[in-house]
Design a protein around this ligand. Structure first.
Ligand code: ZN
Length: 117
């Protein structure tokens, strides 16, 4: 699969910056050793450890996206269930690579991602 983690993603209408990090500086009070992904809903930034392998990076990305959906729809989902859901989504995307391209083709959010917020 020739796809990299995008530097921005729209989650339920909210544009998040996506930052791959490798610094050991604390993010929201956590150091890199304590997490491989983190979403900050106030600053709309997703952090992902750039030193993990690509599969783990995508699963972590989907995990943080799931937290974004959870926040947007005011859900309270246990951390383990977020992880299970993200892994399930990873499997769906892996096994149906054209599905999201087809759904995305119905819309055009590229202007929203490029535009000034
Ligand atoms: Zn989590």
């Amino acid at each position: 699969m020739n796809f990299n983690i995008p530097d921005k993603i729209i989650i339920c209408g909210i544009v998040y910056d996506v930052r791959l990090i490798e610094c050991d500086e604390p993010i929201d009070g956590l150091t890199k050793k304590e997490f491989i992904g983190k979403i900050n809903h106030e600053s709309c930034i997703i952090f992902i450890d750039k030193n993990i392998n690509k599969q783990a990076m995508f699963q972590t990305f989907l995990h943080e996206i799931s937290h974004g959906i959870e926040d947007r729809y005011c859900m309270k989902i246990e951390e383990d269930d977020i992880d299970r859901f993200a892994h399930g989504m990873y499997e769906i995307i892996k096994d149906n690579p054209n599905l999201f391209k087809e759904i995305g083709g119905l819309y055009n959010n590229s202007e929203m991602i490029k535009g000034e917020m």
